[in-house]
Write a protein that binds this ligand. Structure first.
Ligand code: PLP
Length: 389
């Protein structure tokens, strides 16, 4: 695995019994993140921040350290790192604050390629404020979101554009930098859902130029938590919904209560793992497994790969159908063969119909993670061939 052959040993939960293709829904945890969370809880430092005693100072240091590591991972100002329970929760907090200054006549542009955590919070905002949400559609044949599809909807009334960094359904990666540039030219701000992108590509938020970038560490070998980077000037300016003693400046404005310190310790270690291995190496290694998977599925009779048929500009995630079988039945049959995949819409609610799929049943989804081997891929292909026969 091009230098990553030892990587599997870093994942104590992987024993080879199961071939795991469920990474897009949540990965296994890397040893360093497991140890860091456990060590924190054993350390006696479990306190709260901004106190006079040593354990409280250790909490402050943990926040600073984890923000700095996340800043390095995302190429972003550490002062904008908001830690929350999940990206969905972070998006609800963000949009609730944004909504306090939106009203009829204001517009938000969302996309049909996005996970619902970057759509529903805006739709709810529209219900609450009277603003309008406009949906940019992706190309149904290629599963790709043309830049113009978004920018054609952006105009003088657009306040926010909400776009995915990579589809969690079919992996495609829009040209986010171009979308951000066009949106900014029109005076709109941009939130990028980086949940599916972060484990698969080197991200540089400064180059992307976005105003908000979200990610969830359980998709990249860490604990269940959401990290939302908000441009520090914007963070201070938002009319945050917050309790009175919460800080008036910085990430504490959008963090509801005390973050999970053990979670932060795990986030710091998982982000450090990605930085140590290097996203470019991860991308190259995953691309080999993905080519094997995609090519293998193309060769199977009775199997239809959904959406994009090639691997260009794409995270290593795909959807497929076994002709004549419900996706759930395929997932069940693969599970009997100890191959873990997901079925359904995977919360990419708006994307199913354009992809020619049933809105609920969706398709089978398989994703490559850093620990996926050729042997795993071959097991999946053999199991699908068996099921489709
Ligand atoms: C692309 C994408 N965005 C957002 C989310 C939501 O993340 P969370 O579970 O942290 O709310 C997911 C989770 O599957 C996702 O894949």
């Amino acid at each position: 695995m091009d230098g990553l052959h030892d990587i599997r040993a870093r994942f104590p939960a992987i024993d080879g019994d199961w071939a795991r293709f469920d990474g897009p829904a949540g990965t296994q945890v890397v040893d360093a993140a497991i140890d860091a969370a456990a060590d924190w809880q054993r350390s006696g430092n479990n306190a709260n921040s901004h106190g006079s005693f040593a354990a409280a100072a250790a909490c402050d240091a943990l926040v600073e350290r984890t923000s700095a590591t996340m800043g390095r991972l995302l190429g972003a100002d550490p002062g904008g790192m908001v830690f929350g329970p999940s990206t969905t929760a972070n998006m609800m907090a963000l949009t609730r604050a944004i909504g306090r200054r939106l009203g009829p006549g204001d517009e938000v542009v969302c996309t049909t390629l996005d996970h619902d955590s970057n759509v529903s919070p805006w739709l709810l905002l529209a219900e609450d404020t009277g603003c309008t949400v406009r949906m940019a559609g992706f190309d149904a044949d290629t599963g790709r979101l043309p830049t113009e599809a978004v920018l054609d909807l952006v105009g003088p009334s657009t306040r926010w554009v909400a776009v995915t960094g990579s589809s969690n359904a079919v992996g495609t990666i829009p040209d986010v930098a171009a979308i951000v540039a066009g949106a900014h030219d029109a005076g709109a701000r941009v939130v990028v859902d980086g949940v599916h992108l972060t484990p698969h590509r080197a991200v540089d938020v400064t180059t992307l130029g976005c105003d908000v970038y979200t990610t969830s560490s359980y998709k990249w070998y860490g604990p269940h938590a959401g990290i939302m980077w908000v441009e520090p000037g914007l963070l201070d300016d938002l009319d945050a919904y917050k309790v009175r003693p919460a800080p008036d400046r910085g990430p504490g404005r959008l963090q509801y209560g005390t973050p999970s310190w053990e979670g932060l310790a795990g986030i710091d270690a998982a982000a450090g793992f990605l930085l140590d291995v290097g996203l470019d190496r991860i991308e190259a290694s995953e691309a080999e497994r993905f080519d094997r998977l995609l090519g293998g599925l193309h060769d199977l009779a009775g199997v239809r790969v959904v959406g994009p048929q090639d691997a260009a500009d794409r995270a290593p995630t795909l959807m497929f159908e076994v002709v004549g079988m419900a996706p759930l039945a395929v997932a069940d049959a693969l599970a009997e063969r100890r191959v873990a995949v997901w079925d359904g819409h995977n919360y990419a609610v708006e994307a199913m119909e354009p992809l020619g799929l049933d809105a609920e049943a969706g398709a089978v989804r398989a994703g490559i993670s850093v620990y996926t081997t050729d042997d795993d891929v071959d097991r999946l292909l053999a199991a699908v061939a068996d099921v489709a026969a």
